[in-house]
Design a protein around this ligand. Sequence first.
Ligand code: PLP
Ligand code: ZN
Length: 407
Amino acid sequence: MRSYLSHLECSYCGATYSADEIHTTCPKCGKVLLARYDLHAARQRLTPEIVRRRPMNMWRWFEIMPVRDPVNVVTLGEGCTPLLPAGRLGEQLGTEQLWIKDEGLNPTGSFKARGLSAAVSKAKELGVKAMAIPSAGNAASALAAYGARAGITVYQFMPQDVPEMMRKESHQYGARAYLVKGLINDAGRLVREGAKRKGWFDVSTLREPYRQEGKKTMGLELAEHFDWTLPDAIIYPTGGGTGIVGMWKAFDELEQLGWIGPKRPKMIVVQAEGCAPIVRAFEAGQRHAELFSDAHTIAPGIRVPVAIGDYLILDAVRQSGGTAITVSDEEIIRDMREMARLAGVFASPEGAATLSAYKKLRAIGFLSPSDKTVLFSCGSAFKNAELITPEPLPMLDPNHPDALERV
Ligand SMILES: *Cc1c(COP(=O)(O)O)cnc(C)c1O
Ligand SMILES: [Zn+2]
């Protein structure tokens, strides 16, 4: 088993760099670096059958993953999550073509596990001793878990209103966790400063080339699931955009391997009304998004006011004929419940936002019942328990003869 990783390439200015030394962003222009593979050589050796025979985690794609020596892989069994037919939820929406990718089943309860498994593995291979991350919560939990497993010191910086569960995870995994006044971009400034002054390796979204290599496996799994075809549309709750950018890259790589054709899904960005920099730029016809001021939403994973990969997200959306749309916090809360009650999926608010977006896009005719559409349920609502407020339950006394009269 060998990786066909060849080099790093800047997605903006095209400069190339060695993939065997530590890099963050492009030293020339400051933009996002992409891992490149010798896909021509990989094509001669790798087949879907080989991948299928391997253990069910995202490292079964080893040849097109960025780690050279398998001993450096730090895995907790991430990836290979179920792609569920929406079932009764689909029936209610009049479609048999709606699917939910349940990423909440990943280690640490979100798809951040994929990205951080890849980043920590590569960092381990390159001899990194300390990693730092700004995070709304899920990325911090994932880095804490994989860092613990690898024996790498983890520093994490989170907005002060980070959900309680993520704080508990940092504690339990032994990460050095700090709260920051402000939002994730403010935490990001601290991390960049700390990386310079204290020598941490900065694993901020898309400022490090390998998290998206983990996230691209979501795209590989979709192609495999649909027998080397792609769905008509993918709705993705977009924060920093690692998932969209990673899946878009995965589809290109699969085409170069000769496993899929040129057809692509419509890549659809969903953001919250209170924090929608990508939607705003999409509507304005711009390639870069401005800082979204006063960002607020109950969905922490998409409360990202500025994204270094804005142009990569927007390029993918436009080239695919997709779109970008906002949903309200009220719609998100409603659809968290609906996903649970009609599909049995305990979705995080970001995941529920994809359902809200789907409904809107159906209502305006952008999507039809026959469009095979995948909703990304990116995390588990276990992480966002404070958003769920059940009424107090009736208390029954089993010794009382009339106990069941109250039921
Ligand atoms: C990080 C996160 C997102 C946004 O993902 P990106 O790929 O960074 O855009 C969405 N939902 C949840 C639950 C997250 O943790
Ligand atoms: Zn560059």
